[in-house]
Design a protein around this ligand. Sequence first.
Ligand SMILES: O=C(O)[C@H]1O[C@H](OP(=O)(O)OP(=O)(O)OC[C@H]2O[C@@H](n3ccc(=O)[nH]c3=O)[C@H](O)[C@@H]2O)[C@H](O)[C@@H](O)[C@@H]1O
Length: 436
Amino acid sequence: MSHLDHIPSTPGKFKMEKSYNNRMRWHSSLTKLTFWSFIFIGVIFLFFYRSPASQPSTTHPEPSDPSRRSLRTSSWGGPEWEKRVRTSARIRSRNGFSVLVTGAAGFVGTHVSSALKRRGDGVLGLDNFNDYYDPSLKRARQGLLERSGVFIVEGDINDVALLKKLFEVVAFTHVMHLAAQAGVRYAMENPGSYVHSNIAGFVSLLEVCKEANPQPSIVWASSSSVYGLNTKVPFSEKDRTDQPASLYAATKKAGEEIAHTYNHIYGLSLTGLRFFTVYGPWGRPDMAYFFFTKDILKGKSISIFETQNHETVARDFTYIDDIVKGCLAALDTAEKSTGSGGKKKAPAQLRVFNLGNTSPVPVSNLVSILEKLLKVKAKKNITKLPRNGDVPYTHANISLAQRELGYKPSTDLQTGLKKFVRWYLNYYGGKKAVSR
Ligand SMILES: O=C(O)[C@H]1O[C@H](OP(=O)(O)OP(=O)(O)OC[C@H]2O[C@@H](n3ccc(=O)[nH]c3=O)[C@H](O)[C@@H]2O)[C@H](O)[C@@H](O)[C@@H]1O
């Protein structure tokens, strides 16, 4: 008897007639039966609703995660979805790879995915489509990839259940990990986002990769910003990287240390690529070359940074096609991971490469090139480099990448920007012609 049975329905009327009592007992049993039936049905319903077998399921973004500006609720799972995943990742060339590309709707991710698909590799994309910059550009890139047969799964690298599911459906040979919170200056505005994607997300991915059977080989995007306040140029992989100037750089440096750990303990083959200010068609609107173009066309003034000593700020701007070649070469030369079942069996490959252009260009020259291409004079506002994580100068020594990857950048800034401007005007429907 439950304790509820002792409680009178009406206070003071505790003594009752026998038949009345019997009726009440029967009535109370019926109420209990109904009550427990509802509980039972509720539990069954909840079980099936939550069960992965009831896919398509709805994965929820990290609960009230303040570090992301927006994460759309994504749905994944189910036979149709699995079929799309498998078809997209299917290898179509001899000795091809099946590659999971994280950040596939991003700038570098789109170009790399498309190049892999073109040469016959199986490619599956993963992207959370956050709104760090205009998500419609990411959707347009997704459209491009879809037309070439690359499916992008909508989800976050912190969603371990989703990652595990992907490895259950496809035995990926490689992971090209490009999902990240990019941008040097934005790290002061939203530091949590960098920790969420570049550290926690990377660890989630490596946790799943280390358990996968077979373990994939991983190539991932580090950054030239790890050289931080170094003054010795050109930057070489042998140089110190322990004085980052921004939280962004610190999280990329942390990624390199995390890569070391997973290589050491679990035998994962890991290659980090230090990209130097990548630019080109379908680029990132948060980068200077991109928003300078937009602002020049609108007649808005642009800020050109210079150092505290009035020295010019310069970057080793690297064209996207050269970066793509470097990424593919890194995948092609990546050795297999050596672990299985989460255990290391033998030492595995651990590499890091600079992928730059080896010819730094002052930002003022970048603006002059844009002015000529757009046939519009920029309204320039020369200002001191704010203390926001920017470094005055980057210059890559690429001899290691040249030797090991056959990496040889071939596009100068003038040529690359011309291609970018042509794309920009076409995509945004601008009226100004590109000078030839
Ligand atoms: O090489 C890298 O690893 C990094 O390259 C870029 O970072 P950054 O070189 O700062 O690229 P932009 O933000 O496009 O800036 C390019 C140059 O323009 C300058 N700048 C930027 C903004 C501005 O208003 N004015 C201005 O002169 C910057 O100081 C910098 O010298 C990317 O944004 C990072 O995500 C990437 O990791």
